[in-house]
Design a protein around this ligand. Structure first.
Ligand code: ADP
Ligand code: MG
Length: 329
């Protein structure tokens, strides 16, 4: 297989067409029609084997996730995804890998009507870089910088499942032969689904335009990511620990302290954390229900800097080196 065979194999699988692609794969660069009155929203993310994903990760899962993490960034901006570019570095011209990768990538691309319009294919240690492009009506992008004192803080879905899955794998070893551990892993299919096939909250991001004052996707853990919103907005946040939403599947597998640890500091959730005036809570619930999602109110924006975590009595919980024991009661 040559480089061009690989590109052909990808192109055959990731074949969604859009009318706004004036020129796609095959020339020196793509030419795209950006709708009048809109702004282009662009992001890119790299995934390196051994750093961002475990050796032996299924190619289709990798294809899905490499696009998903980028669509999650577009979602956080309130952008509508349209196009993607893919820079693939492979140790060898492995057609089976490319077919699997293309299939997973295409599955998610089809759901969000994303066209693959170009990329690069090179030899080297396995690494995947996806660039996603989308649009917003001029001036309507959601940013990290708009949180205001008095706003409420919300998060979509549940947090911590991806981190929980990673913990189970690390604990068991990827090729574990222990039947008990294997059974435990099998029974945790929901957690692994969240880890390998995250669902970017694209519809939620679109629904939040004109409602949310600031927004970010949770990829590095709630505390870190909400911290970025606070820094960009020049404010502080108070989080109610008891309000942080955790799935039943995670609770079934870990004790309460571990669940909270994963939820607060684990990565790979790809939920949206956003702020909005508290009185818009019912408008938010309605808009999100339309987007097939639920958001939980988890705190508030206050004066100051950083993120403070409060227990059920409003007492402050120390989180300087956020660790396991800090979330024990
Ligand atoms: P150039 O040498 O001009 O950069 P390439 O030979 O790298 O062109 O690529 C040929 C065409 O195939 C270009 O349109 C490029 O965007 C596309 N392409 C290359 N690799 C990929 C890939 N992994 N995914 C999608 N398109 C790709
Ligand atoms: Mg090239």
């Amino acid at each position: 297989m040559t480089e061009f065979d690989l590109i052909e194999a990808l192109r055959a699988r990731v074949n969604l067409r859009r009318d706004d692609v004036a020129l796609g794969i095959g020339d020196d660069a793509a030419v795209l029609d950006v709708p009048p009155g809109t702004q282009l929203v662009a992001c890119t993310d790299t995934m390196v084997e051994g750093v961002h994903f475990l050796e032996g990760t299924d190619a289709a899962d990798l294809g899905w996730k490499s696009l998903a993490v980028n669509l999650s960034d577009l979602a956080a901006m309130g952008a509508e995804p349209a196009w993607a570019l893919l820079a693939l570095t492979l140790p060898e011209a492995d057609s089976k890998f490319v077919e699997g990768f293309g299939q997973g990538f295409a599955e998610l691309a089809a759901r969000h009507r994303v066209a693959l319009v170009g990329g690069d294919t090179t030899q080297g240690p396995l690494s995947v870089t996806v660039t996603a492009l989308g649009t917003v009506l001029r001036g309507t992008a959601l940013t990290r910088g708009g949180a205001r004192i008095g706003d409420a803080v919300f998060v979509t879905g549940t947090l911590g499942d991806g981190a929980g899955a990673l913990h189970l794998i690390r604990d068991s070893g990827p090729g574990t032969r222990d039947p008990d551990k294997q059974a435990a892993l099998r029974s945790q299919s929901t957690l692994f689904q969240r880890m390998h096939r995250p669902e970017p909250r694209v519809a939620v991001g679109l629904a939040l335009r004109g409602i949310a004052s600031a927004c970010i996707d949770v990829s590095d853990g709630l505390l870190a990511d909400l911290g970025h919103v606070c820094t960009a907005s020049g404010v502080a946040a108070e989080l109610d620990l008891d309000a942080v939403p955790v799935s039943a599947e995670l609770r079934a597998q870990f004790d309460g302290a571990a669940c909270l640890e994963f939820a607060m500091t684990g990565g790979d959730d790809y939920e949206l954390c956003f702020t909005a005036p508290a009185e818009r809570e019912s408008a938010i619930a309605a808009a999100l229900a339309q987007a097939g999602c639920h958001a939980t109110r988890i705190g508030r924006i206050v004066a100051g800097a950083g993120v403070r975590v409060l227990d059920a009595n409003g007492g402050r919980i120390d989180t300087p080196n956020v660790g396991w024991e800090h979330f024990s009661r």
